[in-house]
Write a protein that binds this ligand. Structure first.
Ligand code: WQD
Length: 337
């Protein structure tokens, strides 16, 4: 069965391609290489022994998307990762985010819904919850007004999918990621560090390797046990495996609704200081850091209720925070060696 993975050479996309190939799917990876590298194909091949088909397409190019779907009539499903995802950048450049994250989704759905079967897995985010009132966060928690254009594109994307599924053959699963971190255990693929890392874990590993002087902890005066923000850090390989489970659910027509939503998290919240201490434990290194002002837009706490994913989707995160940090550290050392 042929599965299209857009953003297939990106961080979560490449790990999902590996898990799809492990399950025997034929994969076509689409990527415009704006936030990835074609070398990722070699990394995937080293892990699975198979190099996925790859097409360098910018999904904002409608004729190119139409062309692609005309060429691949036997598509069984699409997993859509391709999107811009830097919260801060989206505030500075909203039109880039609306064009890239919304237009591309529309063009893909226009073509996909012309096929005999339209199975679509959408990469969404816990960002849609904003600062949820209750922890852990369930899928019924209200979607709050977006705190950034990036978050808004995820909310709009979900609404587009509901509207299209109402009137077409589209069947879809929306996966709301909490905080994916780590890398494949082989260190053949991982999160490519392009520019100054915005996210916590790549900044930690770069600091540990001496590429950054110290980590800035954005505030320790939050109403949490140690004053720093709490997040649900989930191993990227667990996130990737969830996509295969969700896809198989659609392929076997086991979905109970045309559009289903699942949180992807571990159900465990960890504070910034807890992540730092966990990293120091697995690396055996002291991590230089300083407490600075809060970062605007940060929510105090966000961690997932995993009941629905466990009981309905039939998926559960298996790897720990320490596993994820160990893999991230191994990856950082490998790419800098
Ligand atoms: C985590 C915690 C920071 C960097 C983002 C996106 C979200 C999703 C996941 C895509 C926060 C603190 C961070 C640093 C720090 N991505 N921090 N110093 O913001 O929870 O979520 O990634 O879907 O949409 O917003 O992740 O890793 O940036 O921050 O203290 O140098 O680490 O304040 O509390 P975040 P993050």
């Amino acid at each position: 069965m042929k599965i299209v993975v857009t953003g297939g050479l990106g961080f979560i996309g490449s790990h999902t391609v590996v898990e799809l190939q492990n399950e025997g799917f034929e994969v076509v990876a689409i990527d415009n290489l704006s936030n990835s590298s074609v070398d990722v194909l070699d990394g995937i091949e080293k892990i699975t022994g198979k190099k996925p088909l790859f097409e360098n397409i910018d999904l904002r190019d409608k004729p190119a998307v139409q062309n692609f779907f005309n060429k691949h009539k036997d598509i069984a499903g699409v997993i859509h990762f391709a999107a811009s995802k830097a919260v801060g950048e989206s505030v500075e450049n909203p039109l880039l985010y609306y064009e890239n994250n919304i237009n591309a989704l529309v063009y893909i759905l226009q073509e996909l819904t012309n096929l005999p079967q339209a199975n679509f897995i959408f990469s969404s985010s816990c960002t849609v919850y904003g600062q949820a009132e209750k922890m852990p966060i369930t899928e019924n928690a209200s979607v709050q007004p977006a705190m950034s254009p990036y978050g808004n594109t995820k909310q709009i994307g979900e609404e587009i999918i509901f509207d299209v599924a109402n009137v077409t053959n589209l069947n879809s699963v929306l996966l709301r990621y909490f905080n994916p971190i780590g890398a494949h255990a082989t260190a053949e693929i991982g999160e490519l560090p392009l520019g100054v890392p915005q996210n916590l874990v790549p900044f930690i590993t770069q600091t540990a390797l001496g590429l950054r002087k110290e980590l800035s902890v954005f505030g320790n005066d939050y109403p949490t046990p140690d004053g720093t923000c709490i997040r649900d850090y989930i191993h990227v390989v667990d996130v990737a495996k969830a996509h295969v489970v969700a896809l198989q659910r659609l392929l076997k027509k086991q979905n109970q609704d045309k559009v289903e939503i699942f949180n992807l998290g571990t159900g465990k919240g960890s504070s910034v200081l807890e992540v730092i201490h966990a990293f120091e434990k697995i690396s055996g290194q002291k991590l230089p850091y300083k407490i600075v002002d809060r970062r605007s837009g940060d929510v105090i706490s966000a961690y997932a209720s995993t009941d629905k994913a466990n009981d309905v989707l039939g998926w559960k995160a298996e790897l720990s925070l320490e596993d994820a940090l160990t893999s991230a550290w191994k990856w950082e050392q490998k790419i800098r060696s």
